[in-house]
Design a protein around this ligand. Sequence first.
Ligand SMILES: C[S@@+](CC[C@H](N)C(=O)[O-])C[C@H]1O[C@@H](n2cnc3c(N)ncnc32)[C@H](O)[C@@H]1O
Length: 121
Amino acid sequence: MGGREDDFEPSALGTKEHWDAIYERGLQHFEDSGNAGEIWFGEESMSRLIGWLEKQKIPLDSCVLDIGTGNGVLLVELAKSGYTNLVGIDYSPSAIQLSKKIMEKEELPQVKLQELLMPSA
Ligand SMILES: C[S@@+](CC[C@H](N)C(=O)[O-])C[C@H]1O[C@@H](n2cnc3c(N)ncnc32)[C@H](O)[C@@H]1O
């Protein structure tokens, strides 16, 4: 605690260039193999999140906004769990292209996806 702001080196994970490169490769990989790619926080975290929504009795038609949706796999799982009003945004155009292709494959045209930059705080 009490660290200074300059204690840490800036991380590539905080740059759009990093995510653009990741999802450009992901898009190519999906086209070659049909594989959706990495789930960054793991399947377990998606199950826990959906379990929490269910426990709170969040209505299935509530709007869920997934900020930094990446390949959109969380939205796929939410749709499969019955959620009907799903929106994903990401600042990487390749992530949005990939997530749209995954929704097509999963036959989930109702999931809305939009390229959008969330300004940092
Ligand atoms: C760690 S990945 C997580 C992807 C996905 N949610 C998952 O769990 O697999 C972070 C995502 O956030 C996006 N992102 C980071 N900063 C953003 C910003 N300021 N506005 C919009 N998207 C952003 C990146 O492009 C990337 O897709």
